[in-house]
Every structure is written in structure tokens, then in C-alpha cells.
Design a protein around this ligand. Structure first.
Ligand code: LMR
Length: 409
């Protein structure tokens, strides 16, 4: 039985995390998986979240949540994602709680596939390693639009040209902030051109917002989503609270669907059908924490300040890394470190250089060249620099153009 199964191909991010954990060297640095660590190298427990936990502990019996999730959480998330874009949000938006941002993408993909016999999606090249697999598993035909110019900017002309080949109703996958893996985001003016073209071609934007607050702040980072709503355009939003609440293991996510003429009861019903047959209902604890923080004015303000602290620390890491490397590699253009936003920096390191970083220096970087700069701190930055200088100095290979598609094998 089960003799003819294909060999398992490790996920490029989770497999690397396993390899890091199994590495017995004490001097090792994890710059692979997207997890924010503080200056002490620890995954922080936010004080606002701890306070919410103290309030809730013992008070929440562990019963099944409704299929669509905790009402207070759904309400709080809707406000965080959409702000006060319109007075009648409740009639235009359905938000459900999901098992992480991944769960939101999968539920959204299945929901869309149930409404379209030949679902199509175009996603950035490169994009998060799991996007393609999620949409293919739901029956989508996947294509890619170019994302970066050779000089490391958002490729607005390439993206617009690729959209011209898409039929009406096709989905455009968009990262509203802190693009994973490149850290390169469209400017506001470029977003406006993208949204104009999406509306003209009757495409459907599906935003994957996993890093709200890590680029400019929670409201600015949701600008593209909110602009869509202000224009009355339909859209889907997968949001995750793993990173900005530091609640990775709790699997706290949400899926929101917006349309100016949304039949909310019907949409909610069909989302419940998808959830019920997948995992029945979402996990309770993390969502209760997020709702408790967001709904309390003092905790909400404290969380925003903590989020700002994380954002500032990452900016500081970028500046320090840039200064240290520039001193050692004066002929290398390292400006990408300062221009890219959020947790990730797309280094353009070659596969050989990435292998050397790991084998010689115990520095783990995703094979696409994505470096999680949120894993760098004052104690390991010298080791990281030494390793980068070693592999970048050893070879005369130029930085690769940052246009490789990061997708599962
Ligand atoms: C990442 O991109 O590293 C994170 O979103 C974790 C994951 O599941 O891949």
C-alpha cells in the first residue's frame, strides 16, 4: 500500500527551519523563516498580549468557536484592515477568522474556485513560496507577473503588461506592504496605476497582508486595500497576526471579502461551507488575545507602540548592516538594504553563496536569497557580516538580477 508515492520535496522555508534546529553548532544564525526576534534573539511576548492573556486566563472555556470565528475578533480585524473607509463597512465586508494567513488564502481560493469553473490567478514573480501551491491545490491555473526591475524597483510596466493577458474575472495576488520575499513595494502612485488597470480589466485583487505595521505603520500599510474599498472595487484580503502580534503558533488569521453590492449572508454561508469541510472551526485562544488587545483602548495603544518598536528595530538593523558591510565591501552596491521594507531583504546572493553561508558560517538564508533581517541583533551582526563578506568577497559573481521566481518545486 502507498508504494508509489512521490518523494517528499522539503518546503524551502520550513525545511530550512528544520535543518537550522537540527544543526548542533552553537554559533548559528537563523535568517531563514520569517520570525521576528528581539535584540536578545528571542521571539517576543508582547506586553499588550501578556496583559490580555492575564485578563483572559481561566475565563475562556475551550469550546468550539462558531465556524466563522469569534465575533469580537472578526469585528476588531475588520476595523484594523479597513479602518473607517466607509460608514457601511458591515454591509460591504464579510470577515471570518481563519487558521492563520495560510488558512485565509486557502479558504479564499476554494471559495473563488467554487464560483468559477476555470479559475485563474496571476501572482508576482517572485512571491511567497506557498502561494502557488495553495492556489493550484484549489484548482487555479497560475501565471506570474514580473515584480522587480533589474535595479531592484517594483516593475510597474511589467506588471501592467502581464495584466493585459488576463481574462476578466482573473485574480491578481497583491502584497499590500513588505513584499515577501523582496521587501520591494509599489509607491502610492504605482498602486493607483495598478488599481486603475485592475478596475478597467475587471480583475479581482486578492491581497495577502501578513506584515501590517512593519513597513510604515498599521494604517499606512493598509493603504492599497483601503483605496480599493474607497473606489468601491471588490477585493479579498487574507490577513495574519502571526508577526505583528508575535503569535505565530496560535494560527491567528482572517479572510475578508469586500464588494459594494455584497450579499453578505450568502457569502458568509459559502465561506462556512469551505471551513466546515476543511477544519470545522478556527482555534480559539490567539483570536481571543488579539480581540482583547484591539478592543481595549489602552492595550491597543500599547500594542501600536510595541509594533512601532519592532519596526524601528528592523530599520536600525538595516542601517547597521549596511554600514558594516559598506565598510568592508566599498565597491558593492548595498543600497537595497536601506530601500527594502519589512522583515525581508532580497540579497541576490547566488545558490553557491547561500550554501557557503550555511556550511561555513552557520548562517541560514532562504535559497531564493531572502534574508530575514529581523533575526539579526547586536550579538550576531558581526558574525553575519563576517559571513557575508566572506562569501561575497570570495567570488567574483555579480549579484543576480532579483527576478528569480521563488516557487515550490
Ligand atoms: C515566511 O515567509 O517565512 C513565513 O511566512 C513563514 C512561512 O510559513 O513560510
Amino acid at each position: 500500500m502507498f508504494k508509489n508515492l512521490p518523494d517528499y520535496v522539503e518546503d524551502p522555508i520550513l525545511g530550512l527551519f528544520d535543518a537550522y534546529r537540527a544543526d548542533s553548532r552553537t554559533r548559528k544564525v537563523n535568517l531563514g523563516i520569517g520570525i521576528y526576534c528581539d535584540e536578545d534573539g528571542r521571539v517576543p511576548v508582547l506586553a499588550s498580549v501578556r496583559a490580555a492573556r492575564e485578563r483572559l486566563d481561566g475565563a475562556v472555556p475551550s469550546i468550539y468557536l462558531p465556524t466563522e470565528g469569534l465575533p469580537a475578533y472578526r469585528h476588531a480585524v475588520r476595523e484594523l484592515v479597513f479602518g473607517d473607509t466607509t460608514a457601511d463597512l458591515q454591509e460591504r465586508v464579510v470577515t471570518i477568522q481563519t487558521a492563520g494567513g495560510t488558512g485565509a488564502l486557502r479558504v479564499g481560493a476554494e471559495f473563488l474556485a467554487s464560483t468559477n469553473a476555470q479559475p485563474r490567478i496571476s501572482m508576482p514573480a517572485p512571491t511567497w513560496v506557498n502561494h502557488q501551491a495553495i492556489f493550484q491545490a484549489a484548482g487555479f491555473e497560475v501565471s506570474h507577473y514580473p515584480y522587480c526591475t533589474p535595479d531592484g524597483r517594483f516593475d510597474i510596466e511589467g506588471a501592467l503588461a502581464a495584466m493585459r493577458d488576463l481574462p476578466a474575472g482573473a485574480v491578481m495576488l497583491l502584497h499590500p506592504c513588505c513584499h515577501n520575499p523582496t521587501g520591494i513595494d509599489p509607491s502610492r502612485e504605482q498602486w493607483e496605476r495598478l488599481l486603475d488597470a485592475i478596475a478597467q480589466r475587471a480583475l479581482l485583487p486578492f491581497f495577502d497582508m501578513a506584515y501590517q505595521g512593519f513597513a510604515e505603520g498599521p494604517d499606512d500599510d493598509a493603504w492599497a486595500v483601503r483605496e480599493c474599498v474607497r473606489r468601491g472595487m471588490p477585493c479579498l484580503v487574507a490577513s495574519s497576526y502571526s508577526k505583528n502580534f508575535s503569535l505565530y503558533g496560535e494560527r491567528v488569521g482572517a479572510l475578508s471579502i469586500h464588494a459594494s453590492d455584497l450579499e453578505t449572508a450568502k457569502v458568509l454561508g459559502q465561506l462556512k461551507v469551505v471551513v466546515r469541510r476543511s477544519y470545522s472551526c478556527p482555534p480559539a485562544h490567539g483570536a481571543a488575545l488579539v480581540a482583547a488587545v484591539l478592543e481595549d483602548d489602552a492595550l491597543n495603544a500599547q500594542w501600536r507602540a510595541e509594533l512601532e518598536g519592532m519596526r524601528q528595530r528592523m530599520l536600525g538593523v538595516r542601517a547597521s548592516l549596511h554600514a558594516l558591510l559598506a565598510a568592508e565591501l566599498p565597491d558593492v552596491d548595498l543600497s537595497f538594504l536601506l530601500q527594502q521594507r519589512g522583515m525581508f531583504s532580497y540579497s541576490g546572493l547566488s545558490t553557491a553563496q547561500i550554501d557557503q553561508l550555511r556550511s561555513r558560517h552557520g548562517v541560514y538564508v532562504v535559497s531564493s536569497g531572502r534574508v530575514c533581517i529581523a533575526g539579526i541583533n547586536a550579538s550576531n551582526i558581526a558574525q553575519v557580516c563576517e559571513a557575508l563578506v566572506d562569501v561575497m568577497g570570495r567570488t567574483s559573481e555579480p549579484r543576480e538580477q532579483i527576478t528569480r521566481i521563488s516557487s515550490p518545486a
